[in-house]
Design a protein around this ligand. Structure first.
Ligand code: EPU
Length: 452
């Protein structure tokens, strides 16, 4: 397992470009399953999650040409319908093959994804939505078997749950509804920019989705979808993470391809904390702006509550916790999407942070400088928060298990080093094969961990 050794205390300066969005790309790739044409995606990031999705699509009879950058996909065997546990367990987002496969092939078998590092991750809403479209759903040997021998039928569906809308649930139901007979209305649909990107892609393949970006999607079913070429949107979470990297080092950083248009809640919090995000180019194209990030010497505390888009994203909660650890005063962070998503709290505390957690809320008593320490990443965004703390810390921080980071950030150490950070990737190939749950006594290979 690789780790990062970070020499902290270096001020970041310079210019980097934000990569394509992981969470947009995964359901976009899955959409290859619902056309006989060729789907070409551009701006695909080079990540382990993308490689896992490629493996899964190949298992499902899709020819995939290219690993990242430009990726072309085309179905060559529509009879391969089983998304097996070996791949699904590596990545929860595998579930987004269910809707497209069911819609086009009228049957799908997908291994049921498990929980993850930050709690239970149910898929009841995905299944309820597909059932409302007329699918029969069974659970056999840990697999979801969905069938619709006579095709799916448009209907009106309420897709909200106890925590609001569901992103991949909306992706699944929307993609299935595109090929259903008649009109489907999805109420309480997710409004995340990744869902907008998927709807835009589907429409460019011939779908008829209306009210894109609103919580009430109207989808008029079509007979079939064709080929298209589509450029993936920039990654708003990577963009937010690098903006925080600039802020915690009191840096002066220019970020290109910064999708400020879908980051207003995060930018609003940054402003309140005393971090300035100034658009210096691309005012007329705010999903692809160039911004300059600088910060005041004294950061101010704030209140953050995670919510579905356009609220503050849960995927930036950990990184902003690192930031407010450096603010003068008490900040309050409440996690309303995943109440258990606090794997970073104990590790930040090892670096000197003062964080008091009660249920889904943390009070961060800021103004205690980070001190370098060995820490362990527990999931993708928690890992990012530890790297950020390492950049700001006095001394050396070692972040272990950074395979989590490689799922969602393309060579993060190289990007940050371009800006003047000093991060070394320490390869530990010579050590015995790593196990995920060494402390529990189980011997599960790292790759077997169920992911987000
Ligand atoms: N939920 C249900 N039932 C469902 C589905 C979801 O109750 O059937 C609940 C979840 O437990 C959660 C809330 O609804 O409390 C929202 O979950 P959602 O379904 O929106 O999450 P997701 O689609 O599985 C995506 C991202 C996550 C991101 C969430 C929330 C991808 C591949 N994953 O997951 O990204 O945190 O939306 O925005 O798009 C990450 O990139 O680090 C990551 C975890």
């Amino acid at each position: 397992m690789d780790s990062f050794r970070i020499q902290g205390g270096r001020r970041l300066a310079g210019r980097i470009q934000i990569e394509g969005s992981k969470n947009a790309t995964l359901p976009l790739m899955a959409a290859a399953l619902c056309t006989d044409g060729t789907l070409t995606l551009r701006n695909v990031p080079c990540l382990s999650d993308i490689s896992n999705m490629t493996k899964l699509l190949r298992q499902l009879g899709v020819e995939v040409d290219g690993e990242c950058g430009e990726v072309k996909m085309r179905v060559v065997d529509p009879n391969a319908i089983h998304a097996k546990y070996e791949i699904v367990k590596t990545m929860r987002a595998s579930i987004c093959v269910l809707g497209p496969m069911l819609a086009r092939r009228r049957r799908a078998r997908v291994s049921m994804p498990g929980g993850c590092a930050f709690g239970e991750r149910p898929i009841d809403l995905h299944l309820r939505g597909l059932e409302a479209l007329g699918a029969k759903i069974e659970l056999t040997e840990g697999d979801i078997i969905a069938t619709a021998p006579n095709g799916l039928k448009g209907t009106t569906i309420f897709l909200g749950g106890p925590f609001g809308s569901t992103v991949l649930g909306t992706a699944n139901v929307m993609t299935a509804a595109v090929l259903a007979k008649g009109t489907t209305v999805i109420e309480s649909a997710a409004c995340e920019p990744e869902i907008v990107d998927l709807a835009v892609l589907l429409n460019s393949m011939g779908a008829r989705i209306e009210n894109i970006g609103s919580p009430r999607l109207v989808i008029h079913g079509v007979e079939s979808l064709g080929s298209t070429v589509h450029t993936v949107i920039p990654d708003r979470i990577v963009a937010g993470t690098y903006a925080v990297a600039a802020a915690v080092t009191n840096g002066d950083v220019i970020l290109e391809e910064f999708p400020i248009d879908c980051m207003l809640s995060a930018v609003d919090r940054l402003n309140e904390i005393g971090v300035h995000v100034e658009t210096i180019a691309g005012h007329d194209n705010p999903m692809h702006a160039t911004v300059r990030v600088t910060s005041d010497r004294t950061l101010k505390p704030t209140t953050i509550t995670t919510q579905p888009h356009p609220g503050f994203p849960t995927d930036l909660q950990a990184q902003f916790m690192t930031l407010v650890c450096l603010a003068e005063g008490n900040s309050i962070i409440t996690e309303k999407i995943y109440p258990e998503r606090f794997g970073h709290v104990a590790e930040l505390s090892r670096m000197g942070a003062k964080i008091y957690r009660q249920g889904p809320t943390c009070v961060v008593s800021g103004g205690h400088p980070f001190k370098g320490a060995p820490v362990m990443a527990s999931d993708l965004r928690a890992s990012a928060s530890l790297v950020l703390a390492g950049l700001a810390a006095e001394g050396v921080t070692e972040v272990s298990r950074i395979y989590h980071l490689d799922r969602g950030y393309t060579r993060m150490e190289e990007q940050l080093n371009v800006l003047g950070a000093r991060i070394e990737r320490v390869r530990e190939e010579s050590k015995a094969p790593a196990t995920e749950s060494a402390s529990s006594g189980a011997s599960v290979p790292v790759t077997a961990k169920v992911e987000l």
